[in-house]
Design a protein around this ligand. Sequence first.
Ligand code: ATP
Length: 202
Amino acid sequence: MRFTRLRLSGFKSFVDPTELVIAPGLTGVVGPNGCGKSNLLEALRWVMGESRPTAMRGGGMEDVIFAGAATRPARHHAEVTLVIDNTDRLAPAAFNDADTLDVVRRITRDAGSAYRVGAKEARARDVQMLFADASTGAHSQALVRQGQIAELINAKPAQRRRILEEAAGISGLYQRRHEAELKLRQAEGNLARLDDTVGALA
Ligand code: ATP
């Protein structure tokens, strides 16, 4: 699974439809201050399911929508599409029906976010899982922010371990284990309540 294109429209400073080709290998984004380098990285995180406004340098999720400029009105929605080369067919079964997958996230003022993978509507969790299984995602260490190299050098062993685990491709398994544990706890709670009810009836 490889990212091949990133399309943005109405996202932060990228008000007009913009398409970037992502070539194989390492990609660096260079440009003068304020030209939108960090906004691009945020668009990648956002389309992969980022749910924390603080990670998008905003107070609320709608802050990613173009807020207007002296000569242009604000937009009502923002959309980011990440095009994935799926010729190796590593996408989850529900979406694994094409060689190219468009993962789309759209946010509309007062209506929140909606996701699509290919032609199918998807939930945030589906999209997050798709990228976790591909050992990437909104929190991936493969997206290197300014200043992050220094942070890595000074990182604690537990933080370094998380990076190694992601490289080993087990991030998706951790998320599934966490969800399984939550379900197990809920089932235990239900069983305890059932015992109480049976005890009261006996
Ligand atoms: P630097 O090198 O200084 O870190 P950068 O190239 O990373 O800069 P960004 O931080 O990505 O630049 O872009 C900042 C620009 O994006 C600012 O001009 C800011 O006004 C604009 N911007 C951010 N959010 C929005 C928004 N919602 N609507 C319109 N413009 C926005």
